[in-house]
Design a protein. Structure first.
Length: 338
């Protein structure tokens, strides 16, 4: 019997056409909806979460493809699906995490403590004050770095703190240049690399007010001299494809050949380097990610590999173009097998 699969996104569903096409070819029962379609009403028996007249609990698997800014909608849906025992992808949604910051931070959990006492529906496992489904994915880079470090996986040395603290600590820890990232930046946005104190001080002046008005946070990382960045696509604990791209700041340390910088490589990695595949799978597992893109860099001088980031809602147009792999079909194969 075919499993019923629901795919949910934060925006429109037009770009999910390849999933619909692949499902038809594979004979699978797949519906694609937007969080904009989510609704529920009380006062008529059980409160059910509905999408276009269908109960979300009527599906065997629910894949949260993209959440965007729909954190509240996602929290409601995850809470309901966990009540009903429905399998959610990614796996991070299916289990309570040990790290309380995923659920809003130590301060929030402390504030919640008194209000949660005596409410067993909101308490689980050893008295930890956690609420089902209140999980922010994609994970902020600060939490991602902490979880990868806790799993003893290699990542660039990282410092987390306010911008003024970064300005004091990072030059001593890493020297110049180093990298500064917004903890919620996506797809390469929100990344800077000061090369001296003057550039760093300008960033402090610009970003410090944002910390107060928008709650944006930053991390600093050592600058790794890697000329290429490999993206490994992981589905269900298996590396299915990989591509390589030149890094942003490679010209800082590369030497010119015949007066020109070497052109960066843009291609598929076939076969996938074994070390990269193993590292990517380990990183995805450490973060509870079933479907993701893991960026890995290799220090040109030492050959040491580092996990740059794990994308839980990755784009895969370049993967499909370079490798010829039908990513939607591979995802549906996985979803129908669990």
């Amino acid at each position: 019997m075919n499993k019923k699969i629901l795919i949910v996104v934060g925006g429109g569903t037009k770009h999910l056409g390849p999933f619909v096409e692949a499902a038809g070819e594979m004979g699978l029962l797949v519906d694609c909806v937007s969080f904009s379609d989510l609704e529920f009403k009380t006062g008529e028996g059980e409160t059910r979460i509905m999408f276009k007249g269908s109960d979300a609990a009527g599906y065997d698997i629910v894949y949260l493809r993209l959440i965007g800014k729909r954190y509240e909608d996602a929290a409601i849906l995850v809470y309901y699906l966990r009540q009903k025992g429905i399998r959610i992808v990614d796996q991070i949604y299916n289990s309570i995490q040990e790290n309380p910051t995923i659920y809003g931070g130590d301060e929030l959990n402390a504030d919640m403590s008194s209000s949660l006492k005596g409410n067993p529906a909101l308490l689980e496992r050893g008295g930890r004050h956690e609420r089902d489904g209140i999980i922010r994915v994609p994970l902020p880079k600060s939490i991602e770095a902490k979880m990868l470090a806790d799993a003893h996986l290699p990542l660039p040395k990282t410092y987390f703190g306010r911008m003024k603290m970064i300005a004091l600590a990072a030059p001593k820890l890493f020297g110049f240049p180093f990298v500064i990232k917004s903890t919620t930046g996506k797809q390469g946005h929100g990344v800077w690399s000061p090369t001296n104190s003057e550039e760093l001080n300008k960033m402090v002046e610009e970003f410090t007010p944002l910390e107060k008005t928008t709650n944006v946070r930053f991390i600093a990382q050592e600058f790794v001299k890697a000329s290429q960045r490999n993206r490994v696509f992981v589905i269900g604990g298996r590396a299915i494809a990989a591509i390589t791209r030149p890094t942003r700041w490679r010209k800082r340390f590369q030497e010119k050949v015949a007066g020109e910088y070497q052109e960066g490589v843009k291609s598929a990695l076939n076969p996938i380097p074994k070390a990269d595949a193993e590292l990517a799978v380990s990183a995805a597992n450490a973060l509870g990610i079933d479907i993701g893109g893991v960026d890995i860099i290799t220090d040109d001088a030492t050959g040491k590999k580092y996990i740059l980031e794990v994308n839980s809602a990755p784009r895969w147009d370049s993967i499909k173009k370079d490798t010829g792999i039908n990513v939607e079909k591979e995802i549906l194969k996985y979803l129908s097998s669990i």
